[in-house]
Design a protein around this ligand. Structure first.
Ligand code: PGA
Length: 240
């Protein structure tokens, strides 16, 4: 696992955007694994600027997102599909049909999970997977537990996640209690992982990545097993 410590959020976002640009320029049909939340917003905004400056072309790019609230419609302003359109897809030349986010209204979540993993395989797998991390160490919505699930699945969110994510909603009771998430196995199958960590609230989770333990109660520690994982953090996250 490679660790890059940046001065601040802006530098972290710029470094991450450079790596995505490089990936697309080297392989214009790349499959990008994408994440939502506050952390990657700066990276997306830089990618939009790069696109406007003709430094990168998304016309051949395919994307798969890590997760989606359940039950929630793609049209809902709180949905991760809405987030992705607003922060990236609406501003670059990616084909919307080439972008994939788990269906937050799937009637049969188990079937949806399997189909999502099959769809990723049919694209040839993920070239680079961007990941954020929860204060509790979750990646995607793989919450701390005694065991972790391999494939895309329905998950019950922990109280901590509901509380932390309530900042995006009118009130805590509006936060969906479930989500569809790529599993730890689906994430680990990506060729490269890019984990972004910003802010003092993530210090504890980051420190768990820097010791030599793998702990399902801190799901992000699984990435220590990956052959090509890069963590980009800012000093606030590193110093706490
Ligand atoms: P955040 O979320 O970027 O909004 O902190 C990350 C996560 O919970 O995975």
């Amino acid at each position: 696992m490679k660790l890059i410590i940046c001065e601040n959020y802006d530098e972290m976002s710029a470094r991450a955007a450079e790596l995505i640009k490089k990936q697309i320029n080297e392989k214009p049909t790349s499959v990008l694994g994408l994440a939502t939340g506050s952390t990657p917003v700066g990276m997306y905004s830089r990618l939009v600027t790069m696109y406007n400056n003709k430094e990168v072309d998304f016309s051949g790019v395919r994307s798969v997102n890590l997760d989606e609230y359940y039950p929630l419609s793609a049209e809902d302003e709180q949905s991760y599909r809405y987030f992705m359109n607003k922060n990236l897809f609406d501003h670059v030349n990616i084909g919307k049909n080439n972008t994939h986010v788990p269906n937050g209204l799937a009637k049969d979540p188990e079937k949806e999970g399997k189909e999502y993993d099959d769809m990723i395989a049919s694209l040839g797998g993920v070239d680079i997977q961007v990941i954020g991390i929860g204060q509790n160490g979750h990646i995607g919505f793989n919450e701390p537990d005694t065991s972790l699930i391999y494939g895309t699945h329905l998950v019950k969110l922990t109280e901590n996640t509901i509380q932390v994510n309530s900042r995006f909603f009118d009130s805590e009771d509006k936060v969906p209690r479930y989500a569809m998430t790529m599993g730890i196995g689906s994430i680990m199958e990506a060729d490269k992982l890019l984990l972004l960590i910003s802010g003092a609230s993530k210090h504890k989770a980051l420190m768990a990545l820097l010791d030599d333990k793998i702990d399902t109660n801190v799901p992000a520690t699984m990435i220590k097993l990956h052959h090509n994982a890069t963590v980009i953090c800012d000093k606030d996250a590193y110093n706490g």
